[in-house]
Design a protein around this ligand. Structure first.
Ligand SMILES: [Zn+2]
Length: 510
């Protein structure tokens, strides 16, 4: 076998400063070391998210190459990664990279970009530093990131091409992986790339960063238009960031990679200015819970209610009861609610069996509920076990399309007119299959409540148009109302928290 030797590694988790720490077991389901990484990347329905599969498929199609997989560690969004767990990963990457010193032609890193580790606000920068320290400044490195990355200076400085997602909900992971492979082949062929970086004092609420419409979409589209008209531009990444990371380098960011430094700088300026001009449009417009209840009862068309503040995709626990309790009290009918993370309740339903009646006690204190969790309060109601599953599904649409997802033992509980899907493994409700595999009919429901901030849009779009989506204002770890958090490290002043935040184009030496 010949062809270029490419080191493969990754660290992919989005960390919410306010959520409990991520442990080693949180990475267990998507921990790919050595050849296991390639095997999963080439599987028909990989367990890993689609960037690495896209990269590997594009490299495989382009001709012979020699992959050198080290470790790709992925987890559902959570709190900061336990320090000892991250140190363990670093040791594996270090060993793997040292074994490849002088024996590798390029590197591809899958890096979410909004990770935190205990004692390290920039673990991705730390990983990239390790790569450079061991392999040197000359080996080409391409890194891909979620557009929710909080971009540090090191992340931009320590790669050759910076590739960020362009779609939110994320539908282009596989494409960005393949794009990364194309850049890496050109770099290994001798191409030199320059990156320009602008960061703005805007910490946009998550719900204001959609890419189908709105201010964020407009800047991304402008960047793509410019790139299409200029062969010097290799990549344009408009990074929205992840507020709840609460780092000193939070803020919307523009990264342009080009074959000429001046082309990169000029376009980065233009896009930063275009973002700043739209700064007052990055706001959250949520529906109060009382109005959501009324609409669930009265709407002539079916509606989707997004519990944006309890989004496991942003590190929340996926178990708050505000909407379920209010809908139950108001006797909302023909309603689906999912997916609620409650392993104890799911286990009880499995023990009792289909058709059994029980008092469904959500968030029992002896469960996963942290004593100091202010949001995941108990709630109890009479229920019947309607359906059971082992929770092993293959995603059908959106971010999980064609990806193997394991929700653990899962149950559908009938509570009055509401069917609640309870799972044992925390995940965001982004794919219709989470309901459908239990025999539940989304098309027949009048109201569907999803624990998801925005990725449900990519999965449930065949049932609900943009106008049929209600973003509900409840308390929670991922509330888009940023004034409710006790920020420790965000740069201040910053919009929308501080109306007086200002910014101007940096002066550039000519
Ligand atoms: Zn994201």
């Amino acid at each position: 076998m010949n062809g270029p030797r490419v080191a493969l590694l990754g660290f992919s988790i989005e960390c919410n400063r306010f959520a409990p720490p991520a442990e080693r077991e949180d990475f267990a389901h998507r921990w790919f070391e050595g050849e296991a990484m390639l095997a999963d990347a080439r599987a028909a329905a990989p367990r890993m998210l689609a960037e690495m599969p896209g990269f590997v498929a594009d490299m495989d199609a382009a001709g012979p190459w020699r992959p050198r997989p080290i470790l790709l560690a992925m987890a559902e969004p959570n709190g900061p990664v336990r320090g000892s767990v991250f140190a363990g990963m670093m040791a594996i990457w270090r060993r793997g990279l040292e074994a490849l010193r002088g024996e590798v032609d390029g590197v591809y890193c899958v890096l979410h970009g909004a990770g935190l580790a205990e004692g390290d606000d920039d673990p991705e920068g730390t990983v990239q530093q390790l790569v450079r320290d061991i392999l040197g400044p000359e080996v080409p490195v391409v890194c891909s990131y979620d557009l929710h990355a909080n971009v540090s200076d090191r992340m931009v400085a320590l790669c050759d091409v910076f590739v960020g997602y362009r779609t939110n909900p994320h539908l282009d992971l596989r494409e960005r992986g393949a794009e990364s492979a194309r850049h890496l082949r050109r770099l290994m062929g001798g191409l030199r790339a320059h990156r320009a970086f602008r960061r703005l004092p805007i910490v946009a609420p998550t719900v204001s960063m959609l890419t189908a419409q709105g201010p964020y979409a407009e800047v991304i589209n402008l960047g793509q238009e410019r790139q299409a008209g200029d062969p010097r531009i290799l990549n344009v990444s408009v990074m929205g960031g992840f507020a709840y990371g609460d780092t000193p380098f939070n803020g919307m960011a523009i990264i342009v990679t080009a074959t000429e430094a001046e082309a990169a700088e000029a376009l980065a300026d233009e896009l930063a200015l275009a973002t700043w001009e739209r700064r007052h449009r990055f706001v959250a417009h949520l529906t109060p819970l009382e109005d959501a209840v009324r609409r669930a009862k009265e709407s002539p068309v079916p509606l989707a209610f997004a519990d944006v503040a309890d989004n496991p995709g942003g590190g929340a626990r996926g178990n708050t009861m505000y909407i379920l309790e209010a809908f139950h009290k108001a006797d909302v009918r023909d309603c689906l609610v999912g997916i609620i993370h409650d392993p104890l309740l799911a286990a009880e339903a499995h023990r009792l069996g289909r058709g059994a009646r029980l008092t469904a006690r959500f968030n029992r204190p002896q469960g996963t509920l942290a004593a100091d969790d202010p949001f995941s309060r108990p709630f109890a109601a009479e229920a019947e076990v309607r359906a059971l599953s082992d929770g092993r599904v293959t995603g059908r649409r959106g971010i999980y399309a064609n990806t193997a997802v394991d929700l653990g033992p899962t149950a559908a509980l009938q509570i009055g007119g509401i069917t609640v899907v309870v799972v044992s493994r925390r995940a965001q409700c982004a794919d219709p299959v989470f309901f459908e595999h239990l025999g539940l009919d989304i098309g027949a429901a009048r109201a569907v409540v999803v624990k998801s901030r925005g990725h449900f849009r990519g999965g449930f779009d065949e049932f609900f148009r943009h106008e049929q989506i209600v973003e509900v204002d409840c308390p929670g770890l991922t509330s888009p109302i940023l004034s409710r958090f006790d920020w420790k490290r965000l740069p201040r002043p910053v919009l929308p928290l501080d109306p007086d935040a200002s910014w101007s184009l940096p002066a550039r030496a000519r």
